[in-house]
Design a protein around this ligand. Structure first.
Ligand SMILES: Nc1ncnc2c1ncn2[C@@H]1O[C@H](COP(=O)(O)OP(=O)(O)OP(=O)(O)O)[C@@H](O)[C@H]1O
Length: 239
């Protein structure tokens, strides 16, 4: 397997309270992996730890052949990890276009002139709505529009790996379908590897190749969605 991201015995804590134990995970280049599990099992903490916004208290993280365990978040972003955090973290007072431009900062130091090229055309091709509302302030957008903007902003940094924390949360079903279709294109056309925290098992199973179930801060089960049945893990997620 051509491994893009590897976690070896990663642990994480909030102060004295440990929430992740010995997480081993290998993500194949070009693949899509769903992180699933009930509320509070550590999914968001794991994504934050991979991104470097939360420091791991033990273990090692290797990305694209480099040890990034001690690399701060902005360094990981420049190395090619894109992040769509829970709650989206859109800049409310900046326009859609300015929010997208802020995503170009991940390109700093990654090749002359990359940042100067502005917002890549494929962002508006993937999310045509963003082109229509490009002058609107981030704070007045609907949840679905904000989610598309957060994904578009992360893609402006031309990531090799995209981390998405519950992109379907609180979004109406027709917009969920649009986001799912766009993410399929991101994989197929841009070759971006995806790790997605997803509460809907159906979505996780139809979208991802692999799954990893967390339970109480540990990997309870992992495997392929192509060979294992969603019914076998349903008791480990919220119903
Ligand atoms: N900033 C924090 N300080 C202290 N404890 C925290 C903090 N953030 C999360 N926790 C705790 O860490 C554990 C894991 O939380 P986390 O948000 O990673 O889980 P999750 O699986 O993403 O949950 P959800 O599905 O509800 O988002 C929980 O017990 C939570 O209460």
């Amino acid at each position: 397997m051509d491994t893009l991201l590897k976690l070896d015995k990663v642990s994480a804590a909030y102060g004295q309270s440990q929430v992740l134990w010995d997480i081993d995970l290998a993500i194949a280049r070009g693949g899509a992996t769903a992180l699933i599990g009930r509320n509070g099992v550590g999914k968001t903490t794991l994504l934050n730890t991979i991104m470097g916004v939360h420091r791991c208290s033990g273990g090692a993280i290797t990305f694209d052949g480099e040890d990034v365990t001690r690399t701060p978040a902005h360094g990981r972003s420049r190395a090619g990890i894109g992040f769509v955090p829970q709650g989206r973290h859109i800049f409310p007072h900046l326009t859609v276009e300015e929010n997208l431009l802020s995503g170009l900062s991940a390109l700093e130091g990654r090749g002359r002139g990359l940042m100067g090229q502005g917002i890549p055309d494929h962002i508006f091709d993937l999310f045509p709505k963003l082109a229509q509302i490009r002058a609107r302030k981030g704070g007045v957008l609907s949840g679905g529009e904000q989610q598309q903007l957060a994904i578009g902003r992360a893609l402006c940094g031309q990531p090799k790996l995209l981390l998405l924390d519950e992109p379907t949360e609180g979004i109406q079903p027709n917009v969920v379908q649009q986001i799912e279709a766009a993410l399929r294109r991101v994989r197929r056309e841009l070759g971006v590897t995806i790790v997605i925290v997803e509460q809907y098992l159906d979505f996780a199973w139809s979208f991802a190749d692999d799954y990893c179930v967390l339970l109480n801060g540990r990997v309870e089960r992992q495997g392929s969605t192509r060979t294992d049945s969603a019914a076998d893990v349903a008791h480990l997620v919220n119903v």
